[in-house]
Design a protein around this ligand. Structure first.
Ligand SMILES: [Zn+2]
Length: 68
């Protein structure tokens, strides 16, 4: 299943820059052209939540520390 091209046109990064997203039909992901965050597409519904995004600037979840 592919996302509707018309839907893709109006999709934008949920971050403040609202940059366009790059759709990868193979990986079922949307990559922000500005910050590089990767958003998943689940059941043809793009999950455009910063909390759910992978990568992007200041991505430090690999360190896994819970205290700041
Ligand atoms: Zn972005």
């Amino acid at each position: 299943m592919a996302l509707d091209p018309q839907l893709l046109e109006i999709l934008a990064c949920p971050d403040t820059h609202h940059a366009p997203l790059d759709y990868d039909p193979q990986a079922q992901t949307l990559t922000c052209t500005e910050c590089g965050r990767v958003f998943e597409v689940r059941d043809d519904v793009p999950v455009l939540l910063l909390d759910e995004a992978r990568g992007g600037p200041g991505s430090d979840d690999a360190r896994g520390g819970s205290s700041r």
